[in-house]
Design a protein around this ligand. Structure first.
Ligand SMILES: NC(=O)c1ccc[n+]([C@@H]2O[C@H](COP(=O)([O-])OP(=O)(O)OC[C@H]3O[C@@H](n4cnc5c(N)ncnc54)[C@H](OP(=O)(O)O)[C@@H]3O)[C@@H](O)[C@H]2O)c1
Length: 330
């Protein structure tokens, strides 16, 4: 414990991928944690991340102004991790990324919260062709208008055991003999490996957030969180293929194929890819270098290779685990 035991932090989206790592980290630091979730039953696994009574689960939705106001009451710090990748009915980018963020920032200002941390995304830009990226930029503006001292983080693709990105390729590699990547040029030409990414380790993201929640020197600033290396799509799929010990064909396809595929897949209850995600994918996710990054927190970014080998093993062929299997009694 670091002597923070009296302090209370409220985390919106604490049951998600980044959230569960943050909850664990802040619990180790001795914070009292209020995780604001829509379904407390579904998030009950979080309770074991701290000692008895340290973590409480409070039902609220960021889109409900009244429930947000009571959820932040008495908190010293608040973190907003709420985000969606695709729209469904009332769960639009406007409702979640902009109105929800505004509700949280307004409630924090009114309740006298000292530190507000908002998680946006690299590529947040009003002029982006992607609605997701536009809404992330508008969400930042809504936050800053209501709470100018907020700290904003823009992570690149985040990697870790429960991530959506590397695990998606792991699942595809497990099932299909051919795995495509998408490129704007001829696959074998210079730069033909598709869009570029700078994946950042979830442990580094939560390490930065856990400093910003109690340090005034990060207030009112925006940080880009990116990993130490740039990879194109083909390299990323190749790494996953190697980690999964598979020999899949990795082929480059033009982006219009991704567009057509996404058009049909967007209607699935949980779409693999949507047309808006294709627009984001085309841009990639690289730090601009114009904003401070992990170094401002004294964090040396963790290399992706060192981490993904620990959790992509699960996509290896079953025979690899034969020695571990228990033979049934005859
Ligand atoms: N993961 C990445 O690679 C990445 C990269 C860049 C930026 N980001 C941003 O980082 C943030 C966290 O990402 P993540 O990967 O941890 O996302 P995640 O796993 O999808 O978690 C999102 C969380 O938001 C909650 N939520 C959704 N709608 C809500 C609402 N109306 N009210 C309250 N809670 C709600 C979800 O809980 P329910 O169970 O209730 O749905 C979940 O706990 C997001 O803003 C995301 O855009 C992530």
């Amino acid at each position: 414990m670091t002597g923070q035991s009296e302090k209370l932090i409220a985390i919106f989206g604490g049951s998600g991928f980044i959230g569960r790592h943050l909850v664990r980290r802040l619990a180790e630091q001795g914070w009292r944690i209020r995780v604001i979730v829509r379904d407390t039953q579904k998030a009950s696994f979080l309770k074991v991340s701290g000692r008895v009574g340290q973590i409480s689960l409070v039902p609220a939705s960021s889109t409900n102004e009244q429930s947000v106001a009571s959820a932040v009451q008495g908190a010293d710090a608040v973190v907003n991790l709420v985000g969606i990748l695709y729209e469904r009915g009332k769960r639009s980018f406007q409702a979640i990324h902009i109105n929800g963020a505004k509700n949280i920032a307004k409630a924090c200002a009114k309740a006298g919260v000292k530190h507000l941390i908002h998680i946006s995304a690299l590529g947040a830009d009003n002029a982006s062709p992607s609605k997701y990226a536009q809404s992330k930029a508008a969400g930042e503006t809504a936050i800053k208008d209501a709470f100018p001292g907020a700290t904003i983080f823009r992570p690149s693709v985040v990697l870790g055991p429960e991530d959506g990105f590397f695990n998606l390729f792991g699942r595809l590699i497990q099932i299909f003999p051919i795995v495509p990547f998408f490129t704007n040029t001829v696959p074998h030409a210079e730069g033909g490996g598709g869009p570029k990414f700078q994946p950042v380790y979830v442990g580094d993201v939560v390490a930065a957030v856990s400093q910003a929640v109690s340090d005034d020197s990060y207030a009112g600033k925006t940080y880009e969180l990116a990993g130490p290396r740039i990879y194109d799509m083909r390299e990323i799929i190749t790494i996953v293929n190697n980690e999964a010990q598979r020999k899949r064909w990795i082929i480059g396809l033009p982006f219009f194929v991704a567009g057509i595929t996404a058009f049909f897949l967007q209607f699935l209850p949980k779409p693999l890819i949507t047309p808006d995600q294709v627009k984001q994918l085309k841009i990639g996710s690289l730090a601009t270098g114009k904003l401070p990054g992990l170094d401002a927190f004294g964090i040396t970014p963790t290399a992706a290779e060192g981490v993904i080998s620990t959790y992509l093993k699960r996509y290896r062929p079953l025979q690899q685990n034969k020695r571990l299997r228990i033979k049934p009694n005859k």
